[in-house]
Design a protein around this ligand. Structure first.
Ligand code: GLY
Length: 360
């Protein structure tokens, strides 16, 4: 088992990475908590695959277990669904001493984490992420949120779990689309901080070979996230490099009402488009874009900007929470493979960073 310690000013917790850990979660929790009630929050897809195994492990170790299952997908990350979750927590008579366990991908983790952060002014929670994206990124670092009609993650908090249990074995059930979706975030880590990740990914010939090495890949990604979160918990400095590709990515997701591109696909287009332009502008080392395009394609990810109303994209970027006011925005760009930096850019210049030709 790989263990990573997250040491923050006000809270320390561990990430446990091990094949099959889902089935021993109850035993691990029993050593810390006793006689508690647990509410597992999951979605209808993950429920079918993994709820029984987790529940058995919790029940066998003396916990009382209730379950809340939401519809899968970004469209569930709303205040409406959150209210339904609160209602069920009340019906289960959930108290401050009880624990929420989030079992699922990024949507479930963000929503369950936000419910934990706010219900009764905050109760303990554990993350059991089941998608690649959640295992390497969203379950770590305490960002919890729901979306508003005007944008993603506009209401949220920083609220850390007591522990994160990562079971790479559950990734075997991911179909190709969800596999590619998550690999986009893994590739992002390679480009912003650690080119050895890209070397590894390039050396695997098939999806199965990548999955066989997933424990190590997750460990490398979570270690990068640990360093960024420990030095910049509130996302005011270095941590922002994790947003590489996300400014355009979020706007693309929103533009198509979360129906056309998955998060990872949108981020892939975001990383490729900005890197193409920053290379042309002389900010990024030559050859970076071609290398990126090659690896994104290898993992089944799109790299081309679709034909769309560009002004709508620019307007939605201006609304993004990374906007700094005074018409400035933080854009994450690469200097070279493995090295990202934050650039403060005027909203009026963002167009140039994303599109080669003039507005149409
Ligand atoms: N997912 C980006 C962050 O946690 O900062």
């Amino acid at each position: 088992m790989n263990i990573i310690d997250i040491a923050l000013k006000e809270k320390c917790y561990k990430i446990y990475i091990e094949r099959g850990i889902l089935k021993s979660a109850g035993e691990k929790l029993k050593s810390v908590y006793r006689d508690r009630s647990i509410v597992v929050i999951t979605d209808h897809n993950v429920e079918k695959l993994y709820l029984d195994a987790l529940k058995k492990s919790l029940l066998d170790n003396g916990f009382k277990v209730n379950t809340i299952s939401i519809a899968p997908g970004e469209k569930s990350k709303t205040l409406g669904v959150l209210e339904e979750v609160y209602e069920k927590l009340c019906k289960f008579n959930t108290r401050r001493s009880d624990i929420i366990v989030s079992l699922g991908g990024g949507v479930v983790g963000d929503l369950a984490g936000f419910a934990a952060a706010t219900y009764l002014r905050g109760i303990r929670y554990i993350q059991v992420p089941t998608s690649i994206l959640a295992q390497v990124d969203s379950s770590v670092g305490g960002k919890v949120a729901v979306d508003l009609p005007w944008g993603k993650n506009l209401v949220g908090n920083f609220y850390h779990p007591d522990a994160i249990f990562i079971d790479p074995e559950v990734l075997i059930s991911l179909n190709d689309k969800f596999f590619s979706d998550g690999m986009s975030e893994v590739i992002k880590y390679g480009f912003i901080r650690d080119k050895s990740i890209l070397k590894d990914l390039n050396s695997y010939s098939k999806k199965n070979e990548t999955l066989d090495n997933m424990e190590n890949i997750i460990y490398k990604c979570c270690n990068i996230k640990k360093q960024l979160v420990e030095t910049d918990e509130r996302d005011l400095g270095d941590r922002m490099i994790l947003n590489f590709g996300h400014t355009l990515g979020h706007s693309l997701e929103r533009y198509y009402d979360y129906g056309k591109y998955s998060h990872g696909e949108a981020v892939s287009i975001g990383m490729a488009c900005i890197t193409k332009r920053t290379e042309e502008m002389g900010i990024t080392e030559n050859g970076t874009y071609d290398y990126m395009k090659c690896i994104l394609k290898k993992y089944g990810l799109p790299t081309h900007m679709p034909d769309l109303d560009r002004q709508v994209i620019i307007n939605s970027i201006a609304l993004d929470k990374k906007s700094l006011g005074e018409n400035l925005i933080n854009l994450i760009v690469l200097e070279e493979v493995g090295k990202a930096k934050i650039m403060k850019v005027k909203i009026s210049q963002v167009y140039d960073f994303l599109f080669s030709d003039k507005i149409k």
